[in-house]
Write a protein that binds this ligand. Structure first.
Ligand SMILES: Nc1ncnc2c1ncn2[C@@H]1O[C@H](COP(=O)(O)OP(=O)(O)O)[C@@H](O)[C@H]1O
Ligand SMILES: [Mg+2]
Length: 253
């Protein structure tokens, strides 16, 4: 196995990533030569105003979309150039997702949704994985909700099911895109605290896209995106610091 110094300690990284949508006059450059690494075991927030390229960056990092130019890795596997099938398998085995709209399967109950990554991969969880999933269900407060279908759950409960599903396989990296965007402030705080705990207590690597300074303040590190470029990369910030930074960026723009 080849180990290079560049990828040690990184759950994912991208190099000179550029993404344009459309062409000519109407073309949009969503990402402009972005280079960044997501460190293992850390909870990283990717912060920026609406339209700054956050979702585009996440989609390319996760192999859901291809860049116009540049390269992307998950761990030490380069994902740019993989086939759709290879990407699907890699995502299934090594990446977890939490979306703003929860994206649960409506016909499956909570437990069915949590177990979906194993079913899709055609395998049963090991005894160790079963024990971890039981612990997750307990700590996410879902024990009494396992037979409920998504429409029978509140938004906060649905998002906790999505988090359990994302963490169930202990993936190399969990991507969360505006995970609190559809939640009230109390459920938002719960969801953010659960993500922070997964990282702090279990070393789960998490990259969370958000435009909310309060959400970014739960992370260990905040990467600021503006107009498709990385404009700052800071260790743990308070919500006030994040807000001040965003305001200053707006004034400068
Ligand atoms: N599929 C697409 N087709 C055309 N333009 C897009 C597409 N996806 C994103 N964009 C544009 O790229 C820019 C960045 O979008 P996005 O990554 O969604 O930003 P954010 O998540 O920070 O709000 C925006 O100008 C957006 O309109
Ligand atoms: Mg977005």
């Amino acid at each position: 196995m080849e180990i290079t110094t560049t990828d040690l300690g990184l759950a994912a990284r991208v190099q000179n990533l550029t993404k344009t949508f459309g062409a000519g006059e109407s073309g949009v450059r969503a990402l402009d030569t972005v280079t960044v690494g997501i460190r293992r075991g850390e909870f990283t927030a990717i912060m920026g105003p609406s339209g700054s390229g956050k979702s585009t960056l996440m989609h390319i990092m996760a192999g859901l979309d291809a860049p116009t130019s540049g390269r992307a890795w998950i761990g030490d596997t380069e994902i740019t150039g993989l086939s759709d099938l290879e990407l699907t398998i890699l995502r299934r085995r090594r990446v977890g997702f939490v979306f703003q709209a929860f994206n649960l399967v409506p016909t499956l109950d909570a437990l069915g949704n949590i177990m979906l990554p194993f079913d899709l991969d055609g395998r049963r969880p090991s005894a160790l994985e079963k024990a971890r999933i039981d612990g997750l269900i307990e700590s996410l407060g879902l024990s009494a909700r396992l037979r409920h279908r998504p429409h029978q759950l509140s938004g906060g409960q649905q998002q906790r099911v999505a988090i359990a599903r994302a963490l169930a396989t202990a993936p190399d990296l969990v991507f969360a895109d505006e995970p609190t965007g559809n939640l009230d402030s109390r459920s938002s705080r719960e969801v953010l605290a659960l993500l922070a705990a997964a990282s702090r207590e279990h070393g789960q690597s998490i990259a969370m896209v958000t435009h909310d300074p309060v959400a970014a303040a739960y992370a260990d590190r905040v990467v600021f995106l503006g107009d498709g470029r990385i404009v700052a990369d800071k260790p743990k910030q308070t919500a006030e610091q994040v807000s001040a930074h965003m305001l200053a960026a707006e004034v400068a723009a």
